[in-house]
Design a protein around this ligand. Structure first.
Ligand code: ADP
Ligand code: SF4
Length: 689
């Protein structure tokens, strides 16, 4: 039953000629599946609809080969041949009573057209976004006429594919319409350049023509980035942003308002801990247009949603990441199961998967992206098999997830952890600067486990093989994690680095355990190139320490480009006064500091310091597993199942550990015929001609 307090969230909302069944709106977001994996994409969207989202959109959908985002598998509606694949999605979404939306796009100079080799189009002659030495050409009038015809035709095809809401998209600095709007990209002197009305002309035409073409049966939505968050250097919500809204107020049936670029729209909790952070930029749009408005900004808490509706900030609660972390968020609110909501932690691993061109994944929700290919459902899991009991050793993200899923299947689960508080690396990393929200990964699972009568959770219980034997549980999952190495082995050094014992050498684990580096500058050597080196530099600088960060990479924390954070990481460290030395490889550690050499043959140089903090790679903690695996022990104990999972099996992201724990729990006693027992299904291209 719907808690009456939240009844407003379940009111239908009229959007032009269609009606959303409630106020939960999954805004367009990429899945890394798109036109290459349409069945998987459809299954992901269908799960959202099943979970109660009243509107489920696909992702940016290329309208023509001159907007070819290859190798990124986005949506595609180049011609009629693309309709059937999208029809799979709209049918799947409709089957659960939700509306389906499509985000038509021409990406202009953001599309490198690497696959199609078509000319790249832009308002003015310019470089392209992709790191590829070719340029975009200024569109002439014929190009603009063509573009309008392509958009019109794509809208027609979208309707044929079964979509209810059809977008014109001007956001993320990735779209031609927005490029026309912004003087930074548009120096034209004709009727498409100069004053704002001219720069908005193309968008106006597309809105009018989309309405003309499909507006009798489909709603026309306009996704608009109202503020670039560059201050006076870009479009601002209260300046030109407002003028655009006023100029186009009546044209769309729905305003989907956000900020740009993508790094601002999808900012991580590390840099913006406040959920609902976009409201201040768009709270006036509804009043200015009189049309329904959907907004975003990590809206996952029902009370915040309600207040957004009550205050008239928005009519529809938009979500990309909260819908990924918990596709059943609306259903849980509806059914009064609010404490079961898996809150997004704002880590952007989902974004990273798109940037890697692989199917969507999520730290909090290991089933995301696995709905079709592995048959995983976020809320359902097969009942237990013949076994009664299982033991999980280690309560980090892998162990917690494995234990929780085994318990949901009905096994009696014993979960033991050596630490004072369960949570493993999640708890430890959440203690570092900017990562507090990551705690939710452990909190969510611990809350679940503590409700269950079939779970026994023991903290401060380091188990050895003899103790495991004593417990006499025949099915054992070992999730004992990994520890950062002290010896310098990593990407640049495959063998330990020579070190003088007089120098204090620390690891990230030492800092997370509360160690305070001895007096003097701390030299962080980051050869891991993920997030940890930059996080620790920030953490120690905030604690008032003098920090030097040395890395063989040309930039700080290069992998964080995938999570849209790198720019903020490097700027933040510079602002904190961290000394940054890029392109330097550690040669040896001496009594008074370190010696490095240049990554490209530059000579050695010395870096005096009080301690060295090694962020290079991790060593798997497999001692317990190895002891249990010894044939004799195994026989003695009568172990039937012994599985190494999480970072102990393969050090990686927290998302990988959660996925590994989930996977092991599903596979345990799985029906060998089931899709869950198979590795995964693939979408094989059909050879039809
Ligand atoms: P993962 O990311 O794979 O979940 P973590 O490093 O986060 O791994 O967590 C591993 C957990 O296992 C830690 O909390 C650690 O205290 C615990 N642990 C390690 N060895 C043992 C052991 N022998 N018995 C019980 N707990 C252990
Ligand atoms: Fe949220 Fe992280 Fe999941 Fe993305 S990967 S939805 S940011 S928890």
């Amino acid at each position: 039953m719907t808690d009456s307090k939240y009844a407003r969230l379940f009111e239908p909302v009229r959007i032009g000629p269609v009606t959303a069944p409630n106020r939960f709106y999954q805004v367009p977001h990429c899945t890394g599946m798109g036109h290459l994996r349409p069945r998987a994409d459809a299954a992901t969207r269908a799960i959202k609809a099943e979970g109660g989202w009243g509107v489920v959109c696909n992702q940016e959908t290329e309208i023509h080969p001159t907007s070819d985002l290859t190798p990124f598998p986005e949506g595609r509606l180049w011609d009629a041949a693309d309709i059937p694949a999208l029809r799979v999605m709209t049918d799947a979404v409709h089957a659960h009573g939700a509306l389906a939306g499509v985000e038509l796009v021409h990406n202009g100079a953001h599309a490198a057209n690497l696959g199609s080799r078509a000319p790249v189009l832009a308002p003015s002659d310019t470089v392209i976004d992709a790191l590829y030495p070719k340029q975009a050409r200024r569109m002439d009038k014929a190009d603009i006429r063509d573009l309008r015809a392509w958009h019109r035709a794509a809208a027609r095809r979208a309707r044929e594919a079964g979509f209810d809401i059809i977008y014109v998209y001007a956001g993320h600095e990735m779209t031609l319409t927005q490029h026309f709007m912004l003087p930074k990209f548009n120096d034209r002197t004709d009727e498409y350049g100069g004053g704002l009305a001219n720069r908005v002309r193309l968008t106006r035409e597309l809105l009018e023509e989309t309405r003309e073409e499909v507006g009798d049966t489909c709603a026309v939505a306009f996704r608009f980035a109202v503020d670039q968050m560059l201050g006076a250097g870009g479009m601002q919500a209260q300046e030109e942003g407002r003028e655009v809204v006023e100029m186009l107020a009546d044209l769309p049936d729905l305003w989907d308002v956000n900020v740009s670029d993508w790094a601002n729209d999808s900012i991580t909790t590390r840099f913006e801990p406040q959920d609902g952070y976009q409201a201040e930029y768009m709270s006036w749009v509804r009043q200015a247009t009189g049309k329904p408005v959907v907004g975003v900004g990590r809206l996952a808490q029902p009370d915040m949603m309600l207040s957004m509706i009550d205050k008239g900030v928005m009519d529809l609660i938009g979500a990309a990441r909260p819908s990924i972390a918990d596709p059943f968020l609306p259903a849980k609110i509806r059914d009064g199961r609010i404490d079961e909501i898996r809150e997004c932690i704002g880590c952007n691993i989902c974004v990273a998967s798109d940037n890697h061109s692989v199917p969507l994944r999520c730290t909090q929700n290991p089933t995301m992206g696995e709905e079709w290919r592995r048959g995983w459902h976020p809320e359902r899991i097969a009942a237990k098999g013949r076994a009664e009991e299982a033991l999980v050793v280690g309560a980090g993200p892998a162990g917690l997830e494995c234990a929780m899923q085994l318990a949901r299947r009905g096994y009696d689960v014993t979960l033991a952890d050596a630490g004072r508080d369960p949570g493993g690396r999640v708890l430890r990393e959440a203690g570092l600067a900017g990562l507090a929200a990551w705690r939710r990964v452990a909190d969510n699972r611990l809350h679940d486990l503590r409700q269950r009568a079939n779970v026994r959770l023991y903290a401060q219980s380091r188990l050895d093989a003899a103790q495991v034997a004593e417990l006499g549980i025949p099915h054992v999952f070992v999730a004992t994690g990994a520890k950062w190495r002290r010896d310098g082995v990593g990407r640049s050094a495959r063998k330990p680095v020579q070190a003088d014992a007089a120098m204090t050498v620390l690891t990230p684990d030492d800092i997370m355990d509360g160690a305070v580096p001895p007096a003097g500058p701390v030299l962080i050597y980051d050869d891991d190139l993920g997030y940890m080196g930059g996080v620790l530099a920030d953490h120690l600088a905030r604690a008032g320490r003098e920090v030097t960060l040395i890395t063989p990479a040309p930039i700080v924390s290069p992998w964080t480009e995938m999570t849209l954070e790198q720019d903020r990481v490097q700027r933040g460290l510079i602002a904190q006064g961290v000394q940054i030395r890029t392109g330097r490889v550690l040669s040896r550690i001496v009594a008074e500091g370190c010696t490095t050499h240049g990554a490209y043959g530059e000579p050695e140089c010395d870096h005096p310091c009080g301690s060295v903090l090694m962020v290079t790679s991790r060593r798997r903690e497999t001692g317990l597993h190895d002891d249990l695996r010894a044939h004799q022990t195994r026989e003695e104990i009568g172990l039937e199942t012994l599985e190494l999972i999480g970072d102990a099996a393969q050090p990686g992201l927290i998302a990988d550990a959660v996925h590994s724990g989930h996977s092991a729990a599903r596979a345990f006693e799985a029906d060998p015929e089931s899709v869950e027992a198979a590795f995964f299904r693939r979408e094989i291209i059909a050879l039809t001609d």
